[in-house]
Design a protein around this ligand. Structure first.
Ligand code: ADP
Ligand code: MG
Length: 346
């Protein structure tokens, strides 16, 4: 039951994620997979409804394929098996190799803020299952098995040196899949559109009036509303927040994004982090990483130029910071939030 409620809430998020704009006409299709509702918004310009259905089936097949590879709770999935007993995967699927390689890279680039080997911690906290709060000593024990260097990813084989290391691709699999879907969509006759899956949006093609796609950034304190809209004409936007999955104990919120430095839910002062990147996996992993890092370190990574992205950072006290490249492309619409740079001027 709990799972279903989470899923319905996730659907609300999806629907607020992108608007239409003048001159564009779409067919929407919804698919359920990877624990979330996936919305396809596809231009019906010079294609039939039946063709759109076919394309949607093609997208559903990609989602089903990746779920069977990357899930850490579907007992038939390859990663589930790798986490529970099978310490070696021979001849892994190329998508699995690709997402794991990217995940390792992003873990290194973010100094471990994004940590795809923290499965022992997410299992321990069981946030989706409602907790409870964990004892420090148990967290410490789980942390000993969060180790990127234990994992070897090669085309012919996946292996790990520590049997208790568990992979969790929850922070990258949806963005990776959104990217595979977009790579498929651009090869179809659909001219433009978007895919939205659990806080990850990818857009493709050009709208007839040439205007950008507008993506609503969910209000982390009122998820039926948006903080504002980000205009993009390509690439991917991912949002990570403390509102997506959490439980509360003694008035404190314990959410699903873990700080690998402490082993506990991240407490960086951010309520959410939205990231634009030209790859779906980078946007997804970085939104998780920036949320863990907090504003200051996130902006340091941005300025370092080690990886190209743009970000909208929303603090728990309602302040919004955008990176330089976003500039006027983000339009604040909620009265409950204030742009940080403007606040400094007032
Ligand atoms: P969502 O799944 O709600 O879209 P994210 O993309 O931020 O949100 O991913 C959060 C998921 O990623 C968690 O549910 C967990 O599976 C995993 N995760 C949690 N903390 C981290 C972390 N620091 N690094 C990598 N993955 C994480
Ligand atoms: Mg993410």
């Amino acid at each position: 039951m709990k799972k279903i409620i989470t899923a319905c809430l996730a659907a609300l998020l999806v629907l607020t994620l992108f608007g239409c704009g003048a001159g564009a006409s779409y067919e929407d299709r919804t698919i359920y997979g990877m624990d979330t509702y996936i919305t396809l918004r596809l231009s019906d310009d010079s294609v039939s409804d039946a063709y759109v259905d076919e394309v949607a089936d093609g997208c559903a097949a990609i989602i089903a394929k990746n779920e069977k590879l990357m899930s850490s709770h579907d007992e038939d999935a390859v990663i589930y098996g790798f986490n529970h007993g099978a310490d070696v995967v021979e001849n892994p699927d190329s998508s699995l190799v690709s997402v794991l390689r990217t995940a390792k890279n992003l873990a290194e680039l973010t100094d471990g803020a994004f940590s795809p080997t923290l499965g022992a911690l997410t299992e321990l906290w069981n946030v989706t299952g409602g907790g409870p709060v964990q004892k420090d000593e148990d967290v410490k024990k789980a942390l000993e098995h969060v180790d990127l260097s234990s994992l070897t990813v090669a085309d012919e084989k996946l292996s790990k040196t520590d049997r208790e290391v568990k992979i969790d691709l929850g922070g990258i699999a949806k963005g990776y899949t959104a990217q595979e879907i977009l790579e498929y969509l651009v090869k179809t006759d659909v001219k433009y559109g978007a895919v939205s899956m659990g806080g990850n949006v990818g857009v493709f093609g050009e709208k007839p009036d040439g205007t950008p796609f507008k993506i609503g950034v969910t209000d982390p304190r009122n998820r039926e509303d948006v903080v504002g809209y980000l205009s993009v004409d390509n690439g991917f936007v991912a949002v990570s927040g403390d509102y997506e999955r959490y439980f509360e104990e003694n008035g404190k919120r314990y959410h699903h994004i873990i700080d690998p430095a402490t082993g506990a839910p991240a407490d960086s002062g951010l309520a959410s982090a939205a990231v634009w990147a030209n790859s779906g996996s980078a946007a997804d992993a970085l939104s998780t990483a920036l949320f863990v890092m907090g504003e200051e370190k996130a902006l340091e990574l941005y300025r370092s130029g080690r990886i190209r992205f743009e970000a909208i950072l929303i603090t728990t006290d309602g302040k919004v910071t955008v990176t330089d490249g976003i500039g006027e492309d983000f339009e604040l619409t909620s009265d409950d939030y204030v742009m940080k740079n403007q606040e400094a001027e007032n």
